[in-house]
Write a protein that binds this ligand. Sequence first.
Ligand code: SF4
Length: 321
Amino acid sequence: MSFSSIASMLSAAQESGQPLYAVIRDADCQENGYDAAASHRQIAALWAAMQQSSRQYCASDRSNSGLIGGDAARFRAAAEAGRLLGGTYFQRVTEEALKVAECNACMKRIVAAPTAGSCGVLPAVLIPLAEERDVPEETILQALYIAAGFGQVTALRASVAGAEGGCQAEIGTASAMAAAALTHILGGTAQQCADAYAIALGNLLGLVCDPVAGLVEVPCVKRNVIGAVNAVSAANMAVAGITSRIPVDEVIDAMGEVGDALPASLRETGLGGLAATPTGRQAAERPRRTLNASVPQAEPLAAGRIFAGKGLTDGQNHGNV
Ligand code: SF4
């Protein structure tokens, strides 16, 4: 990508008088040799796939290990019974994050945004907002360009892979992308999008990658929830005029440095953190079920370089698929 910093993206938008999303879209087109119409088709296809990744949820599905399944349905039932805190949007954010991340654990098709492990965060904040506020699709697509552009800068300057930078690089980046996207939809400025990104990423700095049994299941599914909820809070703060005291590119660099400082046991090896607890170790020793033949296995689609060059994929991939 032609931008090595978010500051340079913001400057390019300011100097050209173009909206931030258009600057990011045009840079992506230039780099990859396609036109704006092709780029639009691609980002629209990704948005459609994100929505589908939620619709395909099935409460009876279980992951191959048996560790994951049914939690989004449990959450929905409790919400409908009026037993939960938070408004409708906030509750749906949690439900959607669980749904899509569970689908990933059950090998269904998701959009890696920026990774498969963090696939639930963006759909979780965007799907309920689009439905509840009747947000035009074009506005959602603009927000996705901003999320993708900022995510690409993070991949370039630091990492979006748990194996390199810990979960802060995966869920942290997804959360920051979602915060920037939400801020755009809520009418925030380009600088406020950058502030939301910095706040969300900064709030998850140091989060380790410790998948139980080496599977993208525990704690990954529930970490999608914290990434989504953190994104909503960061976007709300940015739209309210609260700024990040540390400039966004410095926050990204700090995330990269923290990732470098993490021991190998906390970078997707399954040897530390929750994976190393007695229960985590027991789960790793348990025999796996054979894959349920009824679980649909979709073919991955090429989806261009947006979302850190990834896009649609089947579930359970680690990091940068
Ligand atoms: S695999 Fe690691 S980085 Fe990815 S969601 Fe799970 S804990 Fe986070």
